[in-house]
Design a protein around this ligand. Structure first.
Ligand SMILES: Cc1cc2nc3c(=O)[nH]c(=O)nc-3n(C[C@H](O)[C@H](O)[C@H](O)COP(=O)(O)OP(=O)(O)OC[C@H]3O[C@@H](n4cnc5c(N)ncnc54)[C@H](O)[C@@H]3O)c2cc1C
Length: 459
């Protein structure tokens, strides 16, 4: 794809036309102690590197740039509070291989599938090393993930998953209904495959902790939205704090780690598929409710059907339900989509936990993901080669591993490194162009609806 195709008619000065706006309903963030005061960007600054976006990708890019360039100044700019972004809104499955066990790419080509798993594990290792080194308190636990079936169709999918895992020499164990009931408390599932090498985490605590423990050559500015960019090089970013305070920073090296909102900067306007997915979390269970439920204190379940429901039971005695994908460029969609999500989550919860029918949800929230038609990420230079504008975007709903590794490897590439992992990221190609509108949005919505129907009781 040529630079002009990516950029469209990008002006030298771009007004950032699309920005995330999130409510205060993200359970993971709200159940933590309130964050300290933000330090928004003020005045006119310079930095050797500026990373925009403090999700998984931006945090990894920023840390790695600072590690590899200890004499350089690195600035991380985040529009919201860290933890209230999509990264902090995730379900906290830090997974090493397929979420979607029907994904065509998974284990159809054995060697690429193995390399993909190794890449994800490189990300999880980087996260674990950082969490351990800095003692980040985020309930990071290597519990693996259960892929669980509630229907005959789901069980068939699990058979295919087992065959794929065999093909790539991956460990797993099988579990039948009685054992699952003893473990989960819920008798909803017929069988499951447990893949042991994934982690579970409190996502908002993790991203806050990652930002708080950056190397000394990093400055972090939260509540600082980039509203305009004068593209150079050098590039000048103009920022706003709640429409009141203003600031700017000029840099030769700009990294956009802004999820689908990269479109607002003039890139990939016709290539990304922006989606919202939704979570709900109960209030804390009482001692009596914990006894009523039974099972162990913490686990993570991914539905056998890819459009089904993910479930977390947390050590903080809450249950999370995640399902539904809504097509939207805006992160702030509420009203009917939010009500639909909450009602669907409630039914999914009651199906699994009828013994807790009197336990309400305390929070329901949505968060943005970006997908592409061909599954390719945005990784590398954006625009004209040598201009110093880089991107790490599109992690296809598996942002903890894929966002982290993409950000880390982008920093290594920018710092002149070469490696097999960078070559693998480069080999993934570039996002393909969407179908023209209105066919694109119509097709995406129809596909989401069809997949929901297919999921049936797995939802
Ligand atoms: C409900 C839900 C459950 C999920 N569960 C999982 C899961 O269990 N496991 C998993 O791996 N993934 C999960 N995901 C997906 C994961 O959250 C995303 O893939 C991930 O957050 C993408 O990371 P990112 O760094 O690219 O983007 P983000 O986390 O969205 O970070 C981008 C940042 O850029 C900032 N930004 C954008 N524009 C500007 C601007 N103009 N100025 C300043 N800042 C700006 C945003 O505020 C944001 O903080 C889930 C997502 C949701 C919503």
């Amino acid at each position: 794809m040529s630079a002009s195709e990516q950029l469209g008619k990008r002006a030298q000065r771009a007004t950032v036309s699309l920005a995330p706006v999130y409510d205060q309903q993200n359970a993971w963030q709200e159940i933590l102690p309130p964050p300290g005061e933000a330090t928004p960007l003020t005045g006119d600054r310079t930095a050797d590197y500026v990373v925009v976006g403090a999700g998984y990708s931006g945090l990894a890019a920023c840390r790695r740039l600072a590690e590899l360039n200890p004499d350089a100044s690195v600035m991380l700019i985040e529009g919201d509070r860290i933890g209230n972004n999509a990264a902090g809104r995730s379900s906290g499955f830090a997974i090493d291989h397929a979420h979607n066990i029907r994904a065509k790419s998974f284990a159809e080509n054995i060697e690429p599938a193995k390399r993909e798993v190794a890449l994800n594990r490189e990300a999880l290792q980087y996260l674990e090393d950082t969490i351990v080194e800095h003692g980040i308190d985020c309930d990071w636990r290597r519990e693996g993930k259960y892929h669980a079936a509630a229907t005959a169709k789901g069980e068939k999918l699990l058979e295919g998953f087992a065959a794929s895992l065999d093909a790539i020499d991956e460990d797993y164990s099988r579990h039948e209904a009685a054992a699952l009931q003893a473990h989960f408390g819920s008798g909803f599932y017929r069988s499951a495959i447990h893949a042991p090498h994934s982690y579970l985490v409190q996502p908002a605590a993790m991203v806050r902790g990652l930002a708080d423990t950056m190397p000394d050559n990093v400055t972090v500015h939260e509540s600082t939205m980039v509203t305009e960019v004068d593209f150079g090089p050098p590039h000048t970013l103009h920022t706003s704090t709640g429409g009141v305070g203003r600031g700017s920073v000029t840099t030769p090296n700009l990294v956009l780690a802004t999820n689908g909102f990269v479109e607002g900067f003039g890139f990939f306007a016709k290539h990304l598929i922006p989606m919202i997915t939704w979570g709900s979390m109960t209030r804390e269970l009482t001692d009596e409710e914990v006894d009523r439920l039974g099972g162990v204190e913490s686990y993570g379940i991914i539905a056998a059907h890819p459009a089904g429901t993910s479930v977390r039971r947390t050590a903080s005695r809450r249950i999370l339900i995640r399902n539904i994908f809504s097509y939207s460029r805006r992160s702030s969609i509420v009203g009917k989509p939010l009500e639909t999500a909450r009602a669907t989550h409630r039914q999914s919860f009651l199906n699994r936990y009828p013994m807790l029918a009197d336990v309400p949800f305390e929070f329901t929230w949505g968060g943005a993901l970006s997908l592409t038609r061909n599954g390719a990420p945005v990784f590398g230079e954006l625009g004209n080669p040598g201009d110093g504008v880089w991107g790490t975007v599109v992690h296809n709903g598996v942002g903890i591993a894929k966002g982290t590794i993409s950000g880390k490897l982008l920093a290594e590439k920018m710092s002149g490194h070469e490696s097999d992992s960078i070559a693998l990221m480069d080999s993934k190609g570039r996002p393909s162009r969407n179908f023209p509108e209105p066919f694109n949005s119509w097709g995406v919505r129809m596909n989401a609806r069809w997949r929901r129907q297919q999921a049936g009781l797995e939802e």
